[in-house]
Every structure is written in C-alpha cells, then in structure tokens.
Design a binder for this molecule. Structure first.
Ligand SMILES: C[S@@+](CC[C@H](N)C(=O)[O-])C[C@H]1O[C@@H](n2cnc3c(N)ncnc32)[C@H](O)[C@@H]1O
Length: 272
C-alpha cells in the first residue's frame, strides 16, 4: 500500500470529523516518524504491512473521536512539545492565555515562589520554570498518574520543579508569591457535548454539580497559601463568570477578570 492509497482511505474514514485531512496526515507522519510535509511529498512511497496496520488502527481510534494528542502522545503548549496520554488532561490554548498574563506581569528574573495547582501534564509548571529560572517552582496534583507524566515532561526540559502529591495547595509548606491553577471546572449533564473531552480522566474536567467545587475550595484556602503580596491566576469556564463574581463579592479579595484570545472572560486574577 502506498502513502497516497492509505491517505485516500483515511480521508474517507475520517470524513465525519472537522479536519479529516489534517488528522490523517498527522497520524501517518507520526507512524512514519517523519514531518507532515514528508508524507505529502512522498505519496508514491510504499508502506510496510506493519506501518499500514498501525496507521489503520490509529485511524479507527480517531474515527471514534479519540483526540489526536492521545494517538500521537504529543501536544504543543506555549511553543513546546509535551508528552500526553490518557492519564492526563490535554493542554488547551486558553491556558496559554493564562501563561501570557503571568509573563506580562512578572519579570523574567523573578526570584519568588510559584505554584501550579492541578499540574496534569505539567505544561504550566514547566513553562513557568523555563520562563522564570530563578523562581522556586512547585506543582501539585491529586493524581499519581498525572504526576508521573508531569515529572516526565519536566525531565525532558530539565525544568526544576518540586512535584507534590495532594489536594490543591495542601502539600505546600511555605507561602507562594504566585499561584496558577487550571483546575477541573466542568459538570455532568450539559457542560459539553464534545466527545473528545470524555476521553480525558474525569477527575481532570469534572468538579461537582456546577463545576466550581475545586475552584471555590482553592479560593477559600488562598489566604493561607499566598504570601503577603501574592497573587493567583485561576482559569474558569466563561459561563461561570457571573456566579464566580457573585461569590467573590462576599469575600475580601481584590480581583480582575482577564480575557482569553477569543475575547471571553476566562482568567481570574486575585490578590488578598
Ligand atoms: C483541567 S486539568 C489541568 C491540567 C494542566 N494544569 C493543564 O492546564 O493542562 C486539572 C488537573 O487538576 C487535578 N486535580 C483535580 N482535583 C484536584 C485537587 N483537589 N487537588 C489537586 N489537583 C487536582 C487533576 O488531576 C488534573 O490533572
């Protein structure tokens, strides 16, 4: 079977998806361990039986809406490649907007403490560790599986991070100058109908009946977690904005809502 024949078959198998051509070409390039451009430029090249079999099996999984990132074990985040598999949430572009907000407000030679709460693949912690090499970076997660992936990603980039297992900021032993968190904020029944989301670990995207349990618990604990001048950057679902601001009105926090690149209120910036 040639590359062209396999791609023609894959385009048909994936025709019900949003980007069948792109997905098929990424899968084939992944199996051949070549760039996507190679696949497009060598359409007459023959595939071995093993390569064709591997491609067809991944195409069948993609046809079932399994995310491409789980098929290739790669996801780009802030210009770097992160290893991902079904043990972790797949990093999202909206979270890159949170990183941008932190980078705008914190100098590169920052020497304080930074915590990433609910680190998952470690994408936030690794990005911040590389951006702020003089800072002390901590990352927590309640999931052993997630921490194993995060440690792997940190090693890949030689990022110096103290990983701690536990709920929210519980394992942190000293005050943090910056807290960043993309905690689960979804709910059952109606949060999303995107079938790809459901391939991720439920603990990474569901948080109580309104998606706000983890976020509220963290906000309540922030006064003890943050240093005197500390601040927190917290990602949320834009549909939760009004509920969250009503909740905050009953607290003593000073807060700002920051927008994502799509123009939605998406990040909460809190100070004590
Ligand atoms: C939406 S994922 C975010 C992962 C990663 N930070 C990212 O942005 O891609 C949420 C992460 O929070 C973790 N988590 C859920 N509840 C937690 C809790 N109470 N304490 C710490 N981590 C928690 C999950 O295991 C998951 O890895």
């Amino acid at each position: 079977m040639t590359i062209q024949e396999l791609l023609c078959h894959a385009y048909k198998e994936l025709a019900h998806l949003e980007t069948p051509h792109l997905d098929a070409e990424i899968i084939l390039a992944h199996v051949l361990k070549k760039p996507r451009e190679y696949v497009l430029a060598h359409s007459e090249e023959s595939l071995s039986d093993a390569e064709a079999h591997r491609c067809n099996s991944l195409i069948a999984r993609r046809s079932n809406r399994e995310p491409v990132a789980y098929l290739t074990n790669h996801k780009a985040f802030c210009g770097r490649d992160f290893y991902v598999d079904q043990r972790v949430h797949i990093p999202k572009p909206a979270t890159e907007d949170m990183i941008d907000a932190i980078q705008r407000e914190v100098p590169n030679d920052f020497t304080g403490t930074i915590a990433d709460i609910g680190t998952g693949s470690g994408c936030i912690a690794v990005t911040l560790a590389l951006q702020f090499p003089k800072a002390a970076i901590f990352a927590t997660d309640i999931s052993d599986d997630a921490l194993a992936v995060a440690v792997q990603n940190a090693k890949q980039y030689d990022a110096h991070i103290t990983f701690l297992k536990g709920s929210l900021g519980e394992p942190l032993k000293k005050p943090m100058d910056i807290v960043a968190a993309n905690l689960p904020y979804g709910w059952h029944n109606g949060w999303t109908d995107d079938a790809e989301v459901f391939f991720q670990p439920e603990i990474s995207y569901i948080s109580g009946s309104d998606g706000l349990s983890a976020l509220y618990e963290l906000i309540k604990k922030l006064p003890r977690m943050l240093s005197k001048s500390g601040r927190a950057y917290l990602e949320f679902d834009p549909r939760q904005m009004q509920t969250i601001t009503e909740f905050l009105a009953k607290t003593n926090y000073t807060y700002t809502l920051l927008k994502d690149t799509a123009g939605f209120d998406r990040i909460l910036r809190l100070t004590k």
